[in-house]
Design a protein around this ligand. Structure first.
Ligand SMILES: Nc1ncnc2c1ncn2[C@@H]1O[C@H](COP(=O)(O)OP(=O)(O)O)[C@@H](O)[C@H]1O
Ligand SMILES: [Mg+2]
Length: 250
């Protein structure tokens, strides 16, 4: 059912994500803002990583680059060993659309469109016939526990249900990487915990690699690894601490 090429042996050995000295500057009139000031980060297939840090520290800028929605001013980003700066727009779009799913704080669902139609949207330009698209969307809704709400429009769904629809839409193409930027930012704490439990389960059962931005320490604690940003730089990484790099200090 999947139409995607299997990773080559080299690609399978490469980390899913490897960034080196990422810099992203924005020009605002005569001024420039340096949103990223040299971020280097390696994430292996199957990891569940939380990205934390104050507002304005560069978290969303990093996510947009990882998702091939934006390009760095300088530095390297390799996705499964492929240098993103070296591939053409079509190949970038292919990675963005097929290999990566996105979830945002505001769900970004089409308002007058049912849950299942929202989930089908990413399949629209793909090769599969309509009935197959429908079956895949139904399957994705089932994975997020929302099969029974397939024909409801967003206004008939709770915030948590709307976010589940958004997760189903992100998963419908069978991505390797799920990027979630403050996915629980608009949810109460109980609903937030349910959504995070679902992420945990998806990570465990389908070896989906997850990178999740959050302000909430409880949400961050649910991840296996926590990376902290400040002023466009990575100032903390629990993986580095766990492998003993701090023990080598005097
Ligand atoms: N499109 C943009 N144009 C200009 N400045 C931007 C843009 N996007 C982000 N910034 C600036 O870059 C910095 C980092 O922003 P962002 O990555 O959104 O931070 P975070 O997600 O951690 O809150 C901030 O100072 C922000 O104002
Ligand atoms: Mg942000």
């Amino acid at each position: 059912m999947t139409e995607f090429p299997r990773p080559t042996a080299d690609a399978a050995r490469a980390p899913l994500i490897a960034t080196r000295d990422l810099v992203r500057r924005y020009a605002i009139g005569a001024a420039t803002v340096e949103a990223l000031r040299g971020a280097s980060l390696t994430i292996a297939r199957g990891e569940f990583v939380a990205v934390t840090g104050p507002s304005g520290s560069g978290k969303s800028t990093l996510m947009n680059i990882l998702g091939c929605l934006d390009r760095p001013t300088s530095g390297s980003y390799q996705f499964e060993g492929t240098e993103i700066a070296d591939v053409d727009a079509d190949a970038r779009a292919e990675i963005r659309n097929r290999r990566i799913g996105f979830v945002f704080q505001n769900f970004n669902l089409l308002a007058r469109t049912t849950a299942i139609e929202n989930v089908e949207l990413p399949l629209f330009y793909g090769p599969s016939p309509l009935h197959a698209q429908h079956a895949r969307a139904a399957q994705a809704l089932e994975r997020v526990g929302l099969a029974h709400r397939a024909h409801h429009v967003p206004s008939q769904l709770s915030g948590g249900e709307q976010q589940r629809v958004a997760v189903a839409r992100a998963l419908v193409n069978g991505p390797d990487l799920l990027l979630a930027d403050e996915p629980t930012g608009n949810l109460d704490s109980r609903t937030s915990a349910e959504i995070i439990a679902m992420f945990r389960e998806l990570n465990r059962t389908s070896t989906l690699t997850i990178v999740l931005v959050t302000h909430d320490p409880e949400v961050a604690a649910a991840a296996d690894r926590s990376v902290t940003f400040r002023d466009g730089r990575i100032v903390g990484d629990s993986a580095a601490a766990a492998t003993g790099s701090r023990r080598s200090a005097p």
